[in-house]
Ligand binder design. Structure first.
Ligand code: PRP
Length: 201
């Protein structure tokens, strides 16, 4: 394992109280996920679908661990309101460019928290008649789950703490840290109740 120090990340590193997953551990697990997905989807030309923005780091690294033909597409969503968000309803800001009809669709998520967003988007995708539809999630917070969602491939279970890095943000910052860490309480100035990053809980 390579040497890793929070000091290498300047003021971003200083905002972190604890590193939960180091860069090497992340890449190792993503390699394993890429191998598993590649075995299962060989000869099926899967369409990997992600929801912007947090997933783009994971999507890029996962696909680079997949030595099989595969395509990628993205959606972007926003909440109608905090109330609709609590029901998992989201507005599609950007739909997929590709048709999913008859395709083997692998929905790739960075984080599954309450599961509401995923549940809602899977329902939309299922209605479009894919040949198959499965989920690959890198991070999972099982203690926050409000609705059951099927995760065929899963990277890491996380505790119910506010974490940043590797795609996960706090007010759009910290996504580009190559590790996952807990944000210091003093950095969380005020609870968030909208979609600017994870909601503080
Ligand atoms: C995260 C994540 C999921 C959603 C999961 O996105 O990428 O889409 O939250 O939450 P849920 O399970 O409680 O529904 P976020 O809203 O933080 O947007 P981002 O990817 O742009 O950071």
């Amino acid at each position: 394992m390579s040497r890793f120090s929070l000091d290498d990340y300047g003021e971003l590193g200083q905002a972190i109280s604890q590193v939960l997953i180091q860069p090497d551990e992340l890449q190792q697990r993503i390699q394993e996920l890429g191998q598993a997905v590649s075995q299962d989807y060989a000869g099926r030309n899967p369409l990997l679908v992600g929801v912007l923005k947090g997933v783009f780091f994971f999507m890029a690294d996962l696909m680079r661990q997949m030595p099989i033909p595969a395509e990628v597409d993205f959606m972007a969503v926003a909440s109608y309101s905090p109330e609709s968000r609590r029901h998992g309803m989201v507005r599609l800001l950007k739909d997929l460019d590709r048709s999913t009809e008859g395709r083997h669709v692998l929905f790739v998520e960075d984080m599954v928290d309450t599961g509401l967003t995923l549940h809602y988007l899977l329902r939309i995708l299922r209605a479009r008649n894919p040949a198959s539809l499965e989920v690959c999630a890198l991070f999972n917070k099982p203690r926050r789950r409000l609705i059951d969602v099927p995760l065929k491939y899963k990277g890491f279970d996380l505790p119910d703490r506010f974490v940043v890095g590797y795609g996960l943000d706090y007010r759009e910052q910290y996504r580009h840290l190559p590790f996952v860490g807990v944000l210091k309480p003093e950095v969380l100035h005020e609870p968030l109740n909208n979609r600017d990053g994870q909601r503080a809980s």
